[in-house]
Design a protein around this ligand. Structure first.
Ligand SMILES: CC(C)(COP(=O)(O)OP(=O)(O)OC[C@H]1O[C@@H](n2cnc3c(N)ncnc32)[C@H](O)[C@@H]1OP(=O)(O)O)[C@@H](O)C(=O)NCCC(=O)NCCS
Length: 174
């Protein structure tokens, strides 16, 4: 249903664990620049990050992977793979600010897409990003996703506004 772990040139992706809470809290979960376009508010206390990880671990249709630098084993971010319905995979991701702009999420998403497109019965991997999240749109483009169109008033990004915002939809299919 989900990979056990995935490896790229620069990253190890392994299932998130409660023991990651302190590193995730310190590295990015409190950072309003990282959470700007996410569906959750910046964490205020370590218990917020622990609760987030507990929710990840309890989700039957998704698995969240911690991204570690392959050489230094430092925590860089996380990527979630979702299987909301048969035949289709979705995802979400975030990186600590000091890890931005090094091609890391393009590398991670390319690997996830390559895994997905090899799975029997999966025909589509895709997700959305806020219309202003240029870095995320670029990551999906660089990972070979097609920009399918603009979904008007699609998702609330509560750190920006309390009404649904327009999102770009991206997908790879086979
Ligand atoms: C989105 C995010 C994961 C990108 O990760 P990353 O490893 O820095 O991405 P990459 O280095 O692989 O590629 C980023 C691309 O976006 C471009 N980019 C970044 N910020 C940009 C901006 N403000 N305007 C235009 N392009 C931008 C970079 O130049 C790069 O493209 P290039 O290689 O053609 O130059 C990272 O910025 C992040 O964690 N953001 C906060 C969380 C988030 O928004 N998650 C996605 C929710 S949909």
């Amino acid at each position: 249903m989900f990979p056990e772990s995935l490896w790229t040139t620069d990253l190890i992706m392994r299932p998130i664990a409660l023991g990651d809470a302190a590193a995730i809290f310190d590295e990015y979960a409190q950072d309003p620049e990282v959470t700007r376009f996410l569906t959750w508010a910046p964490h205020e206390v370590l218990a917020d990050t622990e609760a987030y990880i507990a929710r990840c671990l309890a989700s039957p249709n998704a698995r969240t992977f911690t991204l570690l630098g392959r050489r230094d084993r430092q925590l860089r971010g996380a990527i979630t793979i979702r299987r909301p319905v048969p035949g289709r995979v979705g995802f979400g991701y975030a990186l600590s600010r000091r890890s931005w702009g090094q091609g890391l999420m393009t590398e991670a998403l390319t690997e996830v897409a390559s895994w997905a497109m090899k799975q029997k019965g999966i025909w589509r991997i895709g997700d959305v990003c806020d219309v202003e999240n240029t870095a995320s749109a670029r990551v999906m483009e660089k990972a070979g996703f097609e920009r399918e169109g603009l979904l008007k008033r699609w998702i609330v990004h509560p750190n920006l506004s309390d009404v649904p915002r327009d999102c770009w939809s991206f997908a790879r299919t086979r």
